[in-house]
Design a protein around this ligand. Structure first.
Ligand SMILES: Cc1cc2nc3c(=O)[nH]c(=O)nc-3n(C[C@H](O)[C@H](O)[C@H](O)COP(=O)(O)OP(=O)(O)OC[C@H]3O[C@@H](n4cnc5c(N)ncnc54)[C@H](O)[C@@H]3O)c2cc1C
Length: 422
């Protein structure tokens, strides 16, 4: 029994469904919640746990308020199922963990939906029964053949068949490489396999779980987005109590103000991060060395050295420089995993690796993620009928995705499928 009174049982995965959803992150769950509230036969396959990617950066505060992070139908289902449950206030900017614990997990326990979620079930690949990738190109006739999903669950593998698929598997499991041009720097792959506890891809809990590993030590921080700014914000606090802490910040951006700021930004915490990044870049304090217009050339390990775990060569505006550091934080973005739909007809953007039509509407648009055009069904369709890539993965390497866009995508796709009497 859990705190909401629901019981998690180990259920056999059904052989078929009408709609299969890959991933129980916010967008996969919202899609499944919509399906359940319309009495559809849905199955959600999640490789680890509900909100698994968000749990990995659970200490970070979201910069969108809760009202932008949920659908209309999710809270309605929750209200019916758990009348005593209190959701975060609509204006609250929760942390990732609070969002998972107070919204996603309760949603996943709603009777009718909870039975349709299969945790520990990883989607390995998706194809079409008795149909090759090259057959019937972009033809609606492909719907006559069900999707075949190869699932990996514990030690077993088996096939699930379904009529439509939503891939909402996110990007956080596939960080980009550190090296210049986003290919691995010489030595990076070896460091990753031999010193993974010191080479961190993604967000690190610098003031909590990982504090001891960073205080009083030398860190190389690579990146110029909001994740890097979040790390800098934490380092600024960390140095107050651990004055020997040093950070070398390597950023590809050459601008004097690396963070673009939006007029009267409606997301105040995003603006605070941008301001902080620009302030530290303009006048680095003693604990920080800032390398603008720089990239990573080479990484080597110093296993027995007393001056740091890694020796890193950077290509800076002054030429090549050597840094000795104990820890490396790579905040250089993520890539979608396209291997799961390799045998389907998906037209990918050559610049972002997102689905082409959506990428075309996003490229060249405003840098402000709030100012994006609506992503109607036409931008979400693939040559493969009834296969949709939604949520963070639909943006590929473009980092402007917001949950509010994903929720609108879900609405567009579900209404489209409903129109087809799925
Ligand atoms: C640090 C950070 C802060 C962010 N802050 C905000 C914010 O303030 N506001 C906002 O709107 N957005 C924010 N985002 C962007 C975005 O909203 C989140 O990344 C969000 O988690 C995306 O939701 P999703 O459902 O598309 O994917 P995810 O949350 O990434 O969920 C994907 C799920 O799929 C599972 N999965 C992956 N592969 C498989 C597979 N093969 N088989 C089965 N399951 C699989 C994963 O385990 C995961 O549970 C932030 C992102 C980051 C990284």
């Amino acid at each position: 029994m859990d705190r909401l009174g629901a019981e998690r049982t180990v259920r056999p995965i059904p052989a078929t469904s009408t709609l299969a959803v890959v991933g129980a992150g916010p967008i996969g769950l919202e899609a499944a919640a919509w399906a359940v509230s319309h009495h559809w036969d849905v199955a959600v396959f999640e490789k680890v746990r509900v909100g698994h990617h968000i749990c990995q950066w659970g200490h970070v505060k979201l910069f969108s308020p809760f009202r932008m992070n949920h659908s209309n139908w999710g809270p309605q289902l929750l209200k019916c199922a758990f009348p005593d449950l209190t959701l975060p206030s609509e204006s609250a900017c929760t942390t990732g963990s609070e969002y998972v614990q107070r919204y996603l997990e309760p949603l996943s326990r709603v009777p009718g939906l909870s039975e349709r979620i299969f945790l520990g079930a990883e989607v390995v690949q998706i194809g079409k029964e008795k149909l090759a990738k090259k057959d019937w190109i972009g033809d609606a006739k492909r719907t006559q053949h069900p999707f075949r999903i190869l699932l990996h669950n514990g030690n077993t593998e088996f096939i699930h068949k379904t009529r439509a698929v939503i891939d909402a598997s996110g990007v956080y499991s596939f960080p980009q490489s550190l090296g210049s041009g986003n290919i691995p720097a010489p030595g990076e792959l070896q460091a990753k396999s031999e010193a993974s506890s010191h080479l961190h891809y993604g967000l690190v809990d610098l003031l909590g779980q990982h504090r001891r590993q960073f205080e009083g030590r030398k860190t190389l921080l690579v990146g110029g987005g909001y994740s890097a700014a979040t790390a800098l914000e934490a380092f600024e606090q960390l140095v107050q109590s651990a004055r020997e802490t040093k950070v070398s910040w390597v950023n590809l951006s050459t601008g004097e103000e690396p963070y673009y700021r939006f007029d009267n930004d409606p997301l105040p915490y995003r603006d605070d991060l941008g301001k902080l990044g620009n302030r530290l870049a303009a006048a680095p304090p003693p604990w920080l060395d800032y390398f603008a217009g720089s990239s990573i050339e080479e990484i080597s390990r110093r296993p027995n050295g007393d001056q740091g775990t890694f020796e890193v060569v950077i290509n800076s505006q002054q030429g090549c420089e050597k840094l000795e550091v104990d820890e490396i934080i790579a905040n250089v973005g993520f890539m979608p995993d396209n291997s799961i739909y390799r045998q389907l007809q998906v037209h990918e953007c050559y610049a972002t690796s997102g689905p082409m039509k959506l990428a075309a509407t996003l490229l060249g648009g405003s840098p402000d993620c709030l100012a994006q055009k609506s992503q109607g069904i036409e931008t979400l369709r693939n040559p493969e009928p009834d296969f949709f890539i939604l949520g963070n993965k639909s943006y590929g390497t473009n980092s402007t995705f917001l949950l509010t866009h994903g929720i609108k995508q879900v609405e567009a796709v579900m209404n489209h499928l409903k129109g087809q009497c799925i």
